[in-house]
Design a protein around this ligand. Structure first.
Ligand SMILES: *[C@@H]1O[C@H](CO)[C@@H](O)[C@H](O)[C@H]1NC(C)=O
Ligand SMILES: *[C@@H]1O[C@H](CO)[C@@H](O)[C@H](O)[C@H]1NC(C)=O
Ligand SMILES: *[C@@H]1O[C@H](CO)[C@@H](O)[C@H](O)[C@H]1NC(C)=O
Ligand SMILES: *[C@@H]1O[C@H](CO)[C@@H](O)[C@H](O)[C@H]1NC(C)=O
Ligand SMILES: *[C@@H]1O[C@H](CO)[C@@H](O)[C@H](O)[C@H]1NC(C)=O
Ligand SMILES: *[C@@H]1O[C@H](CO)[C@@H](O)[C@H](O)[C@H]1NC(C)=O
Ligand SMILES: *[C@@H]1O[C@H](CO)[C@@H](O)[C@H](O)[C@H]1NC(C)=O
Length: 669
């Protein structure tokens, strides 16, 4: 062995040790899932260094380790008090009992493919229409997020709820009635990029029963998994619409096929025929080349069975229902497993999707270079109608064949709401004691189908973010106070908090929301005075502060505005003054003037006290002198007269400032 070679191997060993250690530690981080209900909470908990470390590590190891290391896996058994291990694969499901949203209860599984878990969590409408699991410490990456539904195991319970599911603010599934009777609808699955080390999975009530969730799986897949060409990006979400294994008897998961863990443990529904007698199933035991390769790691067994058209019906046709006017990504799998087909040109067919040729002259052997070798073709199409039809039309040689079909709905990931505004709304939620029924979980503006009630959203295409431009929380039974943080909703045009029980002062920070046009705080318990800062709101057209406990002068800047088109109402308050229609205020005094007046009053009081003291003392002395005089009669009277005379004289002499009382003691000493 070369010395250079040895050095190289030595380095490789270190790299391997580093990467193993790194991935082990990242796996351990994932071991204790933490859940929280609110966005602020999970952002607060985000472990910064942990996250940074992962980024460094993953970029360092990406080349070396993308295949060798196990993918990040988190499985949650909803409503479980203990972690659960399920047969046959001894799969670990974490309990979620620390999570406080919803109600844990016993579950009924809807299908044999549903994991054998005994509990679920359901979300009564009284807890609000939006409920979320926010899972922390999820490494940045590409994930298959799968949610299994359950039915509450109680007689007379409103079974088969219909609701919507969103992942990271994008709606990925809307349950269709009848789902509980079909195996491949027992779960919802989507391929999503998770960018911020968290996974936010929300369930949205649609008024058809309480969402009931059996399990949540977050399974890492290859970063390039299901790469479909230049339109594909990290903003692409693929919702699994159909995944079929053609010709086999039993539906299977990747794990049942001993598939690679990087495949995301897909469920393959078996389809023995596309229609009556239109095809025949075929299978082989021979091993298949090029099956379990990056980026999708398909199970080899997928290519060991196939459907082949018949000579009476040479076209092989599969049709399924779809949502109209959506884009679908279609993945078709082939391998030549029929021993009579040995060479190029012996089986050539076109593939048509809804009548349009998607692939022309498909010759499996020509394209793979060999028999028993996997061929994957993908294409993305817009479907206008409600049906997707895939037709294989033989051109040359033998009949058409296919091994597996995958159909995904392509969904563009939603832009989220500006983080600063989400944080401000969370503060508001707490400070105002927002009732549970309003929810306010997940993202305020997305999915667009389910915005928070009471928050009006507007999309800012420059910032590529949603912002809040209106708060309509009138008559919602709010109590508590209005926090300063409301001013962090910079884009508000209108605020209506009328008819609640909000106490405390009007935050002066409201004056910084320059875009504010309507401010209705009427019929609350606001006290204190109207902040001067409201005068800065030059766009303000409607200001209703009537029916509160406000007092003091209405800011002059607001009073002046009344001449323009503005409509202000200040009636029914404790003591507002200073504009026409309200009582007149006392003289307007600045803080300095007020301090001056207070000081003046204090000095006067002091002087009065001292004067009274002196006067009293002098009286005491006079009385004493009189008593003395009375004892020394007959001079007494004269002395008294004398003293009074002198007193008067002195008073006349120094008349201007001194008082008699001041001279008293000197006179008598
Ligand atoms: C769930 O089932 C167990 C028995 O398996 C029972 O003891 C328990 O009361 C049930 N819980 C609910 C909420 O129905
Ligand atoms: C899917 O098809 C596109 C071209 O249409 C191709 O660039 C891409 O590599 C294909 N993806 C995979 C995983 O084969
Ligand atoms: C489908 O994809 C095209 C681009 O190929 C895009 O312009 C269009 O908006 C997409 N339609 C939907 C419903 O996503
Ligand atoms: C949109 O966002 C940009 C940058 O974040 C900002 O400068 C602009 O004022 C915003 N536009 C509106 C209408 O809010
Ligand atoms: C605020 O809500 C109340 C009660 O719903 C309504 O009467 C009032 O007109 C609203 N105020 C504004 C400015 O729209
Ligand atoms: C307003 O009311 C709160 C109690 O609701 C009280 O604590 C506070 O002192 C009051 N402020 C003013 C300025 O009257
Ligand atoms: C102002 O509010 C009072 C009740 O506080 C109401 O009676 C009156 O009609 C309102 N004025 C205007 C112009 O809306």
């Amino acid at each position: 062995m070369h010395f250079g070679d040895m050095v190289f191997r030595f380095h490789l060993l270190w790299l391997f040790i580093f990467c193993s250690a790194f991935y082990l530690s990242s796996a351990r981080n994932g071991e204790l899932p933490s859940f929280s209900l609110s966005v602020t909470q999970f952002l607060g908990k985000l472990e910064f260094w942990n996250a940074k470390g992962f980024e460094l590590g993953s970029s360092f190891c990406a080349l070396f380790a993308s295949v060798r290391v196990p993918p990040f896996v988190m499985r949650i058994s909803c409503g479980a008090r203990e972690d659960v291990h399920t047969p046959k694969t001894n799969t670990l499901w974490y309990k979620d009992f620390a999570y406080t949203g919803g109600v844990p209860t016993n579950a009924t599984r809807t299908s044999y493919i549903t994991p054998p878990l005994k509990s679920l969590r359901y979300f009564p409408l009284s807890e609000g229409p939006e409920n979320c699991y926010n899972i922390n410490n999820v490494p940045k990456g590409h994930y298959s997020v799968r949610v299994f539904f359950g039915l509450v195991a109680q007689p007379n319970f409103d079974n088969e709820p219909l609701f919507d599911i969103s992942v990271e603010g994008t709606q990925t599934c809307s349950l269709q009635s009848g789902w509980s009777n079909q195996d491949d609808q027992a779960f919802a699955e989507a391929l999503v990029f998770l960018q911020d080390h968290t996974a936010s999975i929300c369930f949205h009530s649609t008024g058809h029963g309480d969402p009931a969730i059996l399990s949540i799986e977050i399974l890492q897949v290859d970063d390039m998994a299901y790469y479909s060409g230049s339109m594909w990006s990290q903003g692409t979400i693929l919702r699994t619409a159909k995944r079929l294994s053609c010709g086999t008897g039993q539906s299977k998961f990747d794990v049942d096929y001993n598939g690679d863990h990087w495949g995301g443990d897909r469920f393959w529904k078996s389809i023995p025929t596309f229609g009556q007698n239109s095809d025949t199933p075929r299978s082989t035991e021979s091993s298949i080349k090029q099956a379990s390769i990056s980026p999708n790691f398909y199970p080899e067994a997928l290519y060991q069975s196939a459907l082949i058209s018949t000579s009476t019906q040479p076209d092989l046709t599969y049709a399924m229902d779809v949502e109209p006017n959506r884009n679908y990504s279609i993945w078709l799998h082939f391998a030549e497993i029929i021993s009579s087909i040995t060479d190029v040109g012996q089986r050539v067919f076109d593939i048509l999707i809804n009548g349009n040729v998607a692939f022309k002259d498909v010759d499996i052997i020509k394209m793979t270079g060999d028999r028993y070798t996997a061929l994957v073709l993908n294409t993305t199409v817009v479907i206008n109608g409600r049906t997707l039809t895939i037709m294989l039309h033989p051109k040359e040689g033998s009949l058409a064949t296919i091994n597996a079909i995958e159909v995904f709905e392509v969904i563009a990931a939603e832009s989220k709401t500006s983080l600063e505004e989400v944080t401000a709304l969370q503060t508001l939620k707490k400070a105002l004691g927002l009732p549970l029924r309003l929810g306010w979980n997940g993202d305020p503006c997305v999915p667009q189908q389910h915005p928070w009630s009471g928050a009006d959203c507007q999309f800012n295409s420059t910032g590529n973010k949603w912002v809040i431009d209106g708060l309509g929380l009138d008559n919602q039974g709010l109590r508590g106070f209005l926090p300063d943080d409301i001013s962090r909703l910079h884009h508000l045009k209108s605020i209506n908090l009328s008819g609640n029980n909000i106490h405390g002062v009007i935050p002066s920070s409201l004056g910084t929301i320059a875009s504010l046009e309507k401010l209705d705080l009427s019929y609350n318990f606001f006290n204190g005075s109207i902040p001067e800062s409201l005068g800065q709101l030059t766009s303000l057209l409607i200001l209703n502060l009537n029916g509160n406990s406000l007092w003091g002068r209405v800011p002059a800047a607001l009073g002046g505005r009344l001449l323009h088109r503005a409509s202000f109402n200040f009636t029914d308050n404790e003591g507002l003054c200073g504009i026409p229609g309200l009582r007149t205020c006392g003289p307007h005094l600045s803080t300095g003037a007020k301090i001056g007046i207070a000081l003046g009053a204090l000095v006067s009081l002091l002087i009065i006290v001292i004067c009274s003291l002196c006067w009293w003392k002098r009286r005491q002395n006079i009385i004493r002198v009189q008593q003395l005089a009375a004892r020394e009669a007959p001079y007494a009277k004269a002395r008294t007269h004398l003293s009074r005379d002198i007193q008067m004289t002195r008073h006349n002499n120094h008349g201007h400032s001194r008082t008699a009382a001041e001279n008293g003691p000197s006179l008598l000493s």
